[in-house]
Design a protein around this ligand. Sequence first.
Ligand code: FAD
Length: 401
Amino acid sequence: MGNIAVVVGAGIGGLAAGIGLRRAGWKVRVVERAPVLDDAGAGISLAANGIRALDELGVGASVRKAARGQYTGGTRTPGGSWLARMDGAALERALGAPIVGIPRATLHRLLRDALPPGSLHTGVEVTGVDHSDPGRVRVRTRPSASSAVPGDELDADLVVAADGVNSRTRAALFPGHPGPAYSGSTVLRALTEPLDLDTDFEITWGHGAEFGHIALPDGRAEWHAVLNGPAGVRHADPLGALRGRFAGWHQPIGRLLDATRPEAVLHHDIHELATPLPSFVSGRVALLGDAAHAMTPNLGQGACQAVEDAVVLAAALARGADTDTALAAYDAERRPRAQSVATAARKAGRIGQQLSGPAVALRNAALRLAPSGLAVRMILRHADWTPPRLPSPGSVTSLVE
Ligand SMILES: Cc1cc2nc3c(=O)[nH]c(=O)nc-3n(C[C@H](O)[C@H](O)[C@H](O)COP(=O)(O)OP(=O)(O)OC[C@H]3O[C@@H](n4cnc5c(N)ncnc54)[C@H](O)[C@@H]3O)c2cc1C
């Protein structure tokens, strides 16, 4: 058949995979169940590892241009005192880039724009994959708008399952895996209207609660409020509920809430793959992004890891070995790293946002006594990653379209 790939899901991971596979000379079809890829979502931060991976995909420059470097700020107590300072300049000196903040919608658009027209198919839901024939995968699809309309079957040499934390593909391929687990925390977040902020980035830890913001290039900001509590609780007036929960916390928290339109607030319960997968590959299906390793957002690494996955997969396929060997290399390279970042993110949440009771004072005292530069060193542990090289654009004869 040739090098034909179907990517399931057009999130950050699926789009990055589509770009990478094309660079590796594959013909790619990205199928997404959402009928329209609208500009929903708040903001996202990307550390140097994610930016370097985007550089390798050829979109790093446009992402940097549309993003804002997070140079100032840090971690605070609800009273406003500083527990740790962010030193974006030190990160930039060490890694070539500070952490950057960008609206999710902008990042999605830049990734979509890097795919050729016609390779992204929206409104198409994947309902199953059959990989009983060695070396082939049959993908069953149907139009998402109507389950009554018969769907298509697509034949592929490779399927990339980038269908997110609730991946149906993962559930089908690993029926013994328990699937995602509720992390114990729920998150409300939004993009604000433009406002003046003194810092680029802040996180404030109270008892079982975190409020953070990322300043964006156009004067808006993304804020998030992460709270311990049961899943499924929703508020008729989310901004009112947050004003109550964060009453008495330092500014700019109140100002960020005041600069937010009620309809801009998103609310999600945070799930993660607490039980690591035994493999990121099954036959000719590669799992990628949250489908493979959904993690809590405490290190801001989920999307960065998804983009790393995409580059490593594409580079393994571009090396010219057979597809099965390339997939084995992808699993061997990606699984230990992504799963260790996921473990670190869970631990960061437990000593950060989720901590409550007397342990909070102990943690805060330890952070105040920690040598300066600790925050930078913690970020370097995960952000100092160098992607493998992809063939330069045009150097591989693409089988596309
Ligand atoms: C509150 C919060 C803050 C975060 N902040 C950061 C951060 O600052 N930095 C960072 O790096 N990461 C962050 N993350 C993590 C990051 O958002 C995710 O890791 C990343 O978006 C995962 O991308 P993905 O493409 O793997 O999955 P998704 O974005 O979930 O995309 C999956 C796509 O697949 C589609 N799909 C699903 N099933 C099917 C099907 N059957 N057929 C067709 N299509 C299907 C879905 O519609 C969706 O478009 C954060 C996460 C949360 C919850």
